[in-house]
Design a protein around this ligand. Structure first.
Ligand code: GLV
Ligand code: MG
Length: 349
């Protein structure tokens, strides 16, 4: 482990100083697009106005033959587009791929001042982050960047899950972590063929009726992702970085997508990936706190005064700890209300 005194020192002479706090901006969805696809590229100026974060994807889902076109497409889009306040991220290829090094060399050199976060897939431990950290510092120094690039890891290997706390704390560049259920399922030898969501066979069943053992018994779906999401949320919370749920691949199933996103929201995630434009609206709905919860939280804060002691509201005890929960909701609502005037009106903020 680096000495705490050195943790915030630049890793290369001339590189910008690392940030002390990870900025928390609207992050309800990271919208993925394929920069090698001219039809998608043409839609970027419109999409950029609808999303919280836009991400040019270079990794999985981009055919091997299109890797360079995707990289060059992203360079062009980054140069030509006015992103306003919307952060531009990229997902580069994995560290063991033939493309990672050129992805980073080209992107930092050409559009390092436009990119905010580099998403690194298939992270296995803090050593992966240390390598990216040092390389980014060298490239930032070489290209005279004044703002450090941040790093977002995808949690999608069994080894990564085992090491998630060390990954979260590996560098002051660490902005957040996303759960990658598809690669993680493969890495763990799960017997699924899906991208996120539940599985009809992952159930617990009601007790057998001993007197009538043949009676049909209901079964109850269990959440395949609960353990990993919880582990990731705690690792991120402890390190002061942001947890996200990743992709939901059954694009036709809006309801299951919404359920998956909402479970993540309730457990502490700040957003999820949108792989299709229609998932943007789902993420917006789910990761903006519900109006009734915001109004109730405002009422608790008002009635709790200095935030100590207890009051009863509608039969529910409120105390210092519920005040803290209500602040999480109200702070999020206030931040989103600045961006979204419809939400501001609905919340009364
Ligand atoms: C995302 O990259 C995943 O593998 O789920
Ligand atoms: Mg993956």
């Amino acid at each position: 482990m680096r000495h705490p005194r050195d943790f915030f020192s630049p890793l290369a002479i001339g590189a910008p100083s690392p940030v002390r706090e990870i900025p928390f901006k609207p992050s309800r969805m990271i919208h993925f697009f394929d920069p090698s696809n001219p039809r998608m590229a043409a839609k970027i100026p419109e999409i950029v106005k609808q999303v919280d974060i836009l991400l040019g994807n270079l990794e999985d889902a981009i055919e091997a033959g299109n890797k360079v076109a995707a990289r060059e497409g992203l360079v062009k889009i980054a140069r030509d587009t006015d992103f306003g306040e919307t952060p531009l991220w990229t997902r580069v290829n994995s560290l063991d791929s033939p493309w990672f090094l050129d992805d980073l060399l080209r992107l930092v050199g050409e559009i390092g001042d436009k990119l905010e976060v580099i998403m690194v897939p298939k992270v296995t431990g803090p050593w992966d982050i240390h390598y990216v950290d040092q390389l980014l510092a060298q490239l930032e120094a070489k290209h005279g960047l004044s703002r450090p690039l941040l790093v977002h890891a995808i949690l999608e290997t069994a080894e990564g899950v085992k090491n998630v706390e060390e990954i979260a704390a590996a560098s002051p560049r660490m902005q957040g972590i996303s759960l990658g259920p598809a690669d993680l399922a493969a890495s763990r030898r799960m017997k699924t063929t899906r991208v996120g969501g539940g599985h009809p066979d992952y159930v617990v069943r009601d007790d057998m009726d001993e007197a009538n053992p043949k009676t049909e018994r209901p079964s109850h779906l269990q959440d395949l992702w609960h353990y990993t999401t919880a582990k990731m949320v705690d690792a991120c919370g402890a390190a002061g970085i942001l947890p996200f749920y990743g992709p939901f691949g059954h694009i036709a199933d809006d309801q299951a997508c919404e359920d998956q996103f909402r479970n993540a929201f309730l457990m502490g995630c700040v957003g999820a990936w949108s792989l299709h434009p229609k998932q943007i609206a789902i993420a917006k709905r789910v990761f903006s706190p519900p109006v009734k919860d915001v109004k109730f939280a405002l009422r608790v804060l008002e009635e709790m005064g200095d935030g100590t002691g207890t009051v009863m509201i509608d039969g529910r005890m409120q105390d210092d700890a519920t005040v803290k929960q209500c602040r999480v909701i109200v702070d999020l609502a206030r931040m989103l209300a600045v961006k979204d005037s419809d939400l501001a009106a609905a919340y009364g903020l």
